[in-house]
Design a protein around this ligand. Structure first.
Ligand code: NAP
Length: 266
């Protein structure tokens, strides 16, 4: 099994590469750019992978809001270029295809999307490009953390300054890259896992609630509340985008992966 991993130097991509070992062949900027159709086609032809696993993205949603061509290029054109190679594609998307301010329930694969910002609009277009081919797989996830990400950032702030300011008006699910990478690697060998999947460590939380839990676990520190409007950032954030799934894949619960991360960091 030969898996071509795109975005291999990123947070999720590097974890996937670790798990794949000699079965993984990693590609990333600046040597490989999925927005370049000729480069993508030629590279795939010469590598002849069994599967392409795409973890590439521009995850700075404010940058995407202001640089729409760049976001469209990586999240839509790039995914379309990978799908057009005819090799089975597993590609990663986002909970931000939902805003669902009225919902307040776990959002399923069959729920109607309502992108929160341009990052999500471009990711949704990429999903559609991938799913034009019945053998492909799209995995939506949210708030990834490994050595970086929201949870380590909160822990770092509380251990360092002793103070963290976190928003109260966005609810989603944290997801460990370790949990997600295991699922993605499993999908590369299982040709029946096609179509759309929601993969998160279940447990709907706000960043403020996560920070309070970490403070209680550490036993010290101050958590201050804020709201997105006070931060005046370019991209709107979803109010509620906690993912659930009606499909056959389950990740460990949030409490379990949070505790593992905290044990490593404390
Ligand atoms: N991080 C989150 O909280 C989160 C939440 C929901 C969904 N996701 C999704 O999960 C996936 C993995 O995210 P991540 O946090 O691991 O992202 P990441 O750490 O930013 O890694 C993404 C990688 O893709 C590369 N890349 C960007 N444009 C490219 C291009 N045109 N061609 C080839 N490679 C390119 C980046 O290179 P440069 O660094 O040089 O730009 C980077 O190495 C993405 O699909 C993301 O949308 C992430």
């Amino acid at each position: 099994m030969k898996v071509m991993v795109v975005g291999a130097s990123g947070m999720l991509g590097s974890q996937v590469m670790k798990l794949l070992g000699k079965n993984g062949i990693g590609f990333d900027l600046p040597d490989f750019d999925i927005t370049d159709f000729d480069c993508t086609t030629a590279t795939v032809k010469s590598i002849k992978p069994d599967v392409i696993l795409n973890t590439s993205a521009i995850t700075d949603v404010d940058y995407c809001e202001k640089n729409r061509d760049a976001a469209e290029g990586v999240h839509h054109t790039g995914v379309r270029n990978l799908a057009a190679t005819g090799i089975r594609l597993v590609t990663v998307s986002t909970d931000q295809v939902f805003t669902n301010s009225a919902g307040n329930r776990y959002l399923l694969e069959s729920d109607l999307t309502e992108p929160a910002n341009f990052y999500a609009i471009s990711k949704l277009r990429g999903e559609k490009a991938a799913l034009e081919y019945s053998e492909n797989t799209v995995v939506r996830t949210s708030w990834l953390f490994g050595e970086k990400g929201l949870l380590p950032w909160i822990v770092g702030k509380l251990l360092g300054d002793g103070v963290v300011t976190a928003v109260v008006d966005q609810t989603s699910c944290l997801t460990s890259v370790v949990s997600l990478a295991e699922i993605l690697v499993g999908m590369t060998t299982d040709k029946d896992k096609t179509g759309l999947y929601h993969c998160v460590n279940k447990g709907a939380v706000t960043p403020y609630e996560i920070a309070c839990r970490v403070r209680d676990r550490i036993g010290s520190g101050t958590v201050k509340r804020t709201e997105w409007a006070q931060l005046a950032l370019p991209a709107p954030r979803p109010v509620w985008s906690a993912l659930g799934s009606e499909r056959d894949i389950k990740l460990p619960p949030l409490e379990e992966v949070m505790e593992l991360c905290l044990q490593k960091m404390l």
